[in-house]
Design a protein around this ligand. Structure first.
Ligand code: ATP
Length: 685
């Protein structure tokens, strides 16, 4: 029986065929897999550069192209006959001698550019890799047949021009050497292309099947018609992860909690989903996948349904958010649903106190100092550090603030009400009591989950982290956390170490969502500078890159808000006319008022219109962000007055920048930004 591996191009090309042809192709592949009567026969391709290339007649006028080695068939694509033959003649396939992964070579394209590279070499004595010997290049896996051309490359521009024609395993290390990096630097670049852990065995370049197993981004083996259907029908992200994503998501076991950070669109959510699926398949115990909001958790649950086929495994993953978890634990313990205090009620309570500080100041002090550190007594508060709070408080002032906190919490208690953060702290205390970390060692351990996977980690409050920590035992694979400190849109600065999560950090660097033009504009908007990380120290946006080019963001200035709305309606109407499905268009604004106006301007178009906050975690082909004007972004009332607390104000500004950055980085294809009057100070000039 043949063993079949499918490449990502195959389902993509299949999707482009008409329904009857598609059906015939699937039936033919299934027959071929099962080696039954009527199965297509592999036919060699005359004139192919790679003797292992064969075609299979899969439907009338259509052929699959495959690499065949012994009983293994790697199905590359399916195309109309003539195109299939041309495709087979144009490509060759190899095994990278350093990593043992497969490499796809567009030989025809390389032959076309060869003369230009050689002409440049004739007119210049410079050779980009003159300082690197053949042995070193071979050690980096540089292909023997490609080496003569490598030797002719005179400068970095030529190497860059070759990039789209080269396997990443060839371009990556060469680009590192060209930048002046050492062999170690070039190796690091190569290692980024490794998807599965190295076994230490030497690479056999003739063992194509083993190379396919090491290349899950290029090939997935299908052992049954059911698996075949899944690979052909499921969205590509369900099946093919990029090597760094795959390595993180499917690593056998982590000794310590893992923190995966990365810029917008690097696939953090996908990694969180795949890690959850991997743990569920392994069946080691109940998994909680948490994200920021109820809406996002519904979306994650739906995506998990697509990803995990096996019902029993799917049931092992609960998807939710931390607030719901807290609510449930407290409800179960008290036998009824807790009542929450509203924001206005809370402000009124702070106003009853007499500290000389505003309700906003007191609320922050309570949430970011008292609740963040779980301070329970005045003595603890008097000596506690107050990170991020630049207004010094003397001892008597702290005492007054503490009395205010006591007043508010006492009043809430009398009314039988709590805030969400209080509920969260109570839930962790309840779990702590059952797990025994507050009691003697012998108390029964009853953490509700065996693994917790966290998405959008940058916006969780320390009290929420403490709850998550208490909800899972300290054991291998306990916590797997993904987030991006640059996308923080709430006031939560936490180092995981301070809440008992001793995480090891890994970074994803490549955005698969954003074209380079939106990415670099976004980085300038975000300020490019560091953000407080989830581990000690700050995170840089340095090294964040895209895989493709696109259009530069369109920034439009209007004379009046009315004209701006008319401009928005025209722009979005044009997108819809161009055939972009309305659900692939997102429109966002900072204020609820602007959102309402945009909704009414776009009434009949059926596109999603939301606040900047509402854009978190979403993705669209085209995005319009309106009202990015001075006085609206940031809204003055969202900023702490500088004379009240300058460092809180600086943080507010960073948060507001982050918010705009989040909304603008939702666009896969086009970004349109508009304002009337003066531009927001955040917009890059
Ligand atoms: N392996 C993959 N296969 C297909 N598409 C991918 C893959 N990895 C990333 N993408 C594309 O990039 C998008 C971003 O992925 P994801 O939402 O997981 O990123 P993220 O890092 O969580 O983004 P953000 O932090 O901006 O919310 C996906 O929706 C998809 O379009």
């Amino acid at each position: 029986m043949p063993r079949i591996a499918i490449s990502p191009e195959f389902p993509a090309e299949l999707g482009a065929l008409t329904q009857p042809v598609r059906r015939d192709v699937v039936v033919a592949v299934r027959r071929f897999m099962q080696n039954v009567a009527g199965a297509p026969h592999p036919e060699r391709v005359r004139g192919a550069g790679d003797p292992r290339l064969v075609t299979l007649r899969l439907a009338a006028g259509h052929r699959g192209v495959a690499v065949k080695q012994r009983d293994v068939y790697w199905l590359l694509t399916v195309l109309p006959d003539a195109e299939a033959w041309a495709y087979a003649r144009r490509h060759r396939y190899g095994v990278n001698s350093a990593l043992g992964v497969v490499e796809v070579w567009d030989t025809a394209a390389l032959e076309r550019v060869g003369p230009a590279v050689r002409r440049a070499a004739e007119s210049s004595p410079a050779r980009l890799f003159a300082d690197t010997c053949d042995t070193d290049l071979a050690e980096l896996g540089i292909d023997r047949r490609f080496l003569p051309l490598v030797r002719q490359i005179t400068d970095e521009l030529i190497l860059e021009a070759l990039e789209p024609l080269l396997p990443p395993t060839q371009y990556g290390p060469l680009a590192a050497l060209a930048r002046g990096e050492s062999m170690a630097g070039a190796w690091r670049e190569l290692e980024a292309c490794r998807a599965v852990a190295a076994t230490g065995d030497p690479v056999d370049p003739d063992d194509f099947a083993a190379a396919l197993v090491r290349s899950p981004d290029r090939a997935v083996f299908v052992g049954s018609p059911r698996e075949l259907n899944h690979v052909l029908d499921a969205p590509d992200w369900c099946v093919f992860l990029h090597p760094p994503q795959h390595r993180l998501a499917r690593w056998e076991s982590y000794e310590q909690p893992m923190l995966v950070t990365g810029g917008a669109g690097t696939g953090k959510t996908l990694v969180a989903l795949h890690r959850s699926a991997f743990l569920a398949e392994r069946g080691g115990g109940q998994i909680l996948l948490v994200t920021f909001s109820q809406g996002l958790s519904a979306d994650l649950a739906a995506r998990l349904d697509l990803l995990i086929e096996d019902e029993t495994a799917r049931k092992r993953v609960e998807v939710g958010n931390v607030d719901r978890l807290a609510h449930r634990i407290v409800s179960e313990s008290e036998g009824r649903s807790p009542v929450l205090a509203g924001a206005a009620e809370l402000t009124a309570l702070w106003q009853e106190t007499d500290t000389g500080h505003s309700p906003a100041f007191l609320l922050r002090e309570w949430e970011q100092v008292v609740l963040a550190q779980n301070l329970r007594t005045l003595e603890e508060y008097l000596t506690a550090p107050r990170p991020g709070r630049s207004v010094e408080l003397t001892g008597p002032e702290r005492t007054a603030v503490w009395r205010a906190v006591e007043h508010v919490t006492g009043q809430l208690r009398e009314r039988g009400k709590r805030t969400l953060l209080q509920l969260t702290a109570e839930a962790s205390a309840l779990l702590g009591q059952t797990t025994g970390d507050l009691l003697e060692e012998t108390a029964p351990r009853r953490e509700p989950y065996r693994h917790i996977v966290v998405d959008e980690a940058q916006d969780l409050h320390p009290a929420q982290w403490r709850l998550l920590r208490a909800a899972v035992p300290h054991a291998r694979d306990d916590l797997f956390v993904v987030g991006d400190p640059h996308q923080r849109i709430f006031d939560t600065r936490v180092s995981l170490g301070s809440v008992g999560i001793d995480a090891v950090q890994r970074r994803l660097q490549v955005s698969y969502r954003l074209p380079q033009e939106i990415l670099s504009w976004g980085v300038r908007l975000r300020g490019g500078g560091p953000a407080d990380g989830l581990v000690e120290g700050v995170q840089e946006l340095y090294g964040f890159q895209a895989t493709r080019h696109g259009h530069r963001p369109m920034v439009r200035a209007y004379d009046s808000p009315e004209e701006e709305l008319t401009g928005l309606a025209t722009q979005v109407g044009q997108w819809v006319e161009e055939g972009v499905p309305p659900q692939e268009i997102g429109v966002a604004a900072r204020t609820a008022g602007l959102v309402r106006e945009a909704r009414s301007a776009l009434r009949d178009l059926g596109v999603r219109v939301t606040t900047l906050h509402g854009m978190k975690g979403l993705e669209f082909r085209r995005v319009a962000v309106i009202g990015v004007a001075d006085g609206t972004v940031p809204p003055p009332d969202s900023l702490t007055p500088a004379d009240e607390d300058p460092s809180a104000r600086a943080h507010d500004l960073q948060r507001e920048r982050g918010l705009l950055y989040v909304a603008c980085t939702r666009a896969r294809e086009l970004l349109y930004v508009s304002y009337s009057g003066r531009a927001s100070p955040f917009l890059p000039t």
